[in-house]
Ligand binder design. Structure first.
Ligand SMILES: Cc1cc2nc3c(=O)[nH]c(=O)nc-3n(C[C@H](O)[C@H](O)[C@H](O)COP(=O)(O)OP(=O)(O)OC[C@H]3O[C@@H](n4cnc5c(N)ncnc54)[C@H](O)[C@@H]3O)c2cc1C
Length: 423
């Protein structure tokens, strides 16, 4: 049966579900379509869901700080408690180890401007505050078969500590929470159907699903995660953009944490561009380890996100776990990997694209580059502003102004980007 709506959102990940919520809250009739069977089954389900504030741009930092307040007051953000259960933010703090490719002094100026609390730790303080950490400076990251990998160093590093950082314990449930909140405002979700066409000859006029159903709408939003590039092609957009997107496969591994790391609760998050990894404690005394695309590694670009090996591989596991053991020498590395593989939708400068396009009525919330789960609650509001042709967003919690041109498809590439998932 054909439908009509004010807006159709393609993708019910954490981004599409948040957009649906904010647009429905604003009084629009919203249709959301996802080829998966439930919200948050794409990239979102694989997310490490780390909530941090270090980005290379002011607008990235201001967005992340505003979003933290949404996670902290999740039921207020949703406008109620979800019967499906509630995703939960754990405030465990984050140590961003000091590396030249993410200059701390630049970040501190922006943290001061935003009012984000922090502590600057020297190497002794880092070793004191995170039990079992080796505060050696090993940069640049090396392959584990490099003969110098285990070489001692007398160089040491400190860290930028943000006590308000942490993680969300169930990223897919967070998407479910947003989708259910959107439904309470009247949004209609269709699952298990692929969108195969964008209607209209000039301006976008809706979408066609694989079973032939048509949803007419003057606004179509591409929130298709790693499938966004394929969907842009279908819509015929991308001409003249200065920033492009490309899917990249990533692995995240779960290990038993070394003694003391999680203390009596859950240990901190650590961004370690010095060794090419990030880590965080997990409930159940575990340690999660992901990669930060060090130059010595071959990046796993993919053509088709549906065709990836969904299982972690022994080689990537050994590389990431061994790097983690370099930083946390008491970490035991079990022979067999436990973890997941997911796909990032990466832009040239690891900054997302939240924008209109050259095709009237066709909008994009894409290129989330492995770092936008945390910002999802605010991305819904950003897209509401973009669709209304507004150029800024003022954070409800922080009062901080975000200049939306920072996320334009036509921006000058962010030259300050670390060139990694850290943005
Ligand atoms: C391994 C990993 C670790 C990460 N860690 C972090 C982290 O610690 N912190 C952080 O902030 N971010 C992190 N991220 C990034 C974050 O998870 C993503 O930016 C975010 O989940 C993207 O959400 P999305 O809704 O855009 O995409 P998705 O969740 O992929 O949703 C897109 C949806 O679109 C649907 N779709 C696509 N094409 C079509 C079509 N043609 N028709 C119908 N449906 C379609 C898909 O089925 C999918 O459900 C990580 C990502 C990965 C993969």
């Amino acid at each position: 049966m054909n439908q009509t709506a004010d807006v159709v959102v393609v993708g019910a990940g954490v981004i599409g579900s948040s957009i649906a919520l904010e647009l429905a809250r604003d009084g629009l009739s919203v249709a959301v379509v996802d080829k998966a069977g439930a919200p948050g089954q794409g990239s979102t389900s694989a997310s490490s869901a780390v909530i941090r504030f270090n980005y290379s741009t002011w607008d990235g930092i201001a967005t992340a700080w505003e979003a933290k307040h949404c996670w902290e007051k999740w039921s207020d953000h949703l406008g109620g408690v979800d019967d499906a259960g509630m995703a939960r933010f754990h405030r465990v703090g984050k140590a961003f180890l000091d590396v030249d490719i993410a200059p701390m002094d630049k970040v501190l100026v922006m943290f001061d401007r935003a009012g984000i609390p922090y502590e600057v730790w020297d190497a002794d303080e880092l070793a004191r505050r995170i039990p079992g950490v080796d505060a050696g400076r090993f940069f640049p990251p090396k392959r584990i078969d490099d003969p110098t990998f285990w070489e001692d160093t007398d160089r040491r590093l400190g860290a930028l500590w943000t006590p308000d950082a942490g993680f969300v314990d169930d990223p897919a449930l967070a998407a479910v929470n947003l989708a259910n909140a959107a439904k309470r405002h009247g949004a209609v979700f269709t699952f298990g159907k692929r969108v195969t066409d964008v209607l209209g000859t000039g301006a976008a006029a809706g979408v066609r699903l694989e079973d032939g159903t048509e949803i007419s709408a003057p606004v179509v939003v591409n929130a298709a995660g790693p499938w966004s590039g394929a969907f842009n092609q279908l819509a015929g957009v991308g001409e003249g953009w200065t920033v492009t997107t490309r899917p990249m496969r990533q692995e995240v591994h779960h290990l038993p944490a070394p003694a003391g790391f999680n203390g009596d609760g859950i240990g901190p998050c650590i961004a370690d561009l010095d060794l090419g990894i990030y880590m965080r404690g997990t409930p159940g005394n575990g340690l999660l380890v992901g990669g930060t695309e060090p130059e010595c590694d071959v990046l796993d670009w993919v053509e088709d996100p549906d065709a990836i090996n969904p299982n972690p591989t022994q080689a990537v596991y050994e590389a990431q776990a061994t790097r983690a053991a370099r930083r946390l020498p008491d970490l035991g590395v079990p022979g067999k990997s436990v973890g997941i593989a997911g796909v990032y939708d990466v832009t040239d400068d690891w900054t997302p694209i939240y924008d209109r396009t050259e095709r009237e009525g066709f909008f994009v919330a894409i290129g989330t580059s492995g770092n936008q789960f945390k910002n999802a609650p605010v991305v819904g509001k950003i897209m509401r502003q973009v669709i209304k042709d507004e150029t800024t967003l003022v954070g409800e919690h922080t009062g901080l102004e975000v200049d939306l041109s920072a996320f334009s498809r036509l921006r000058e590439r962010n030259a300050d980007s670390t060139g990694t998932v850290m943005g």
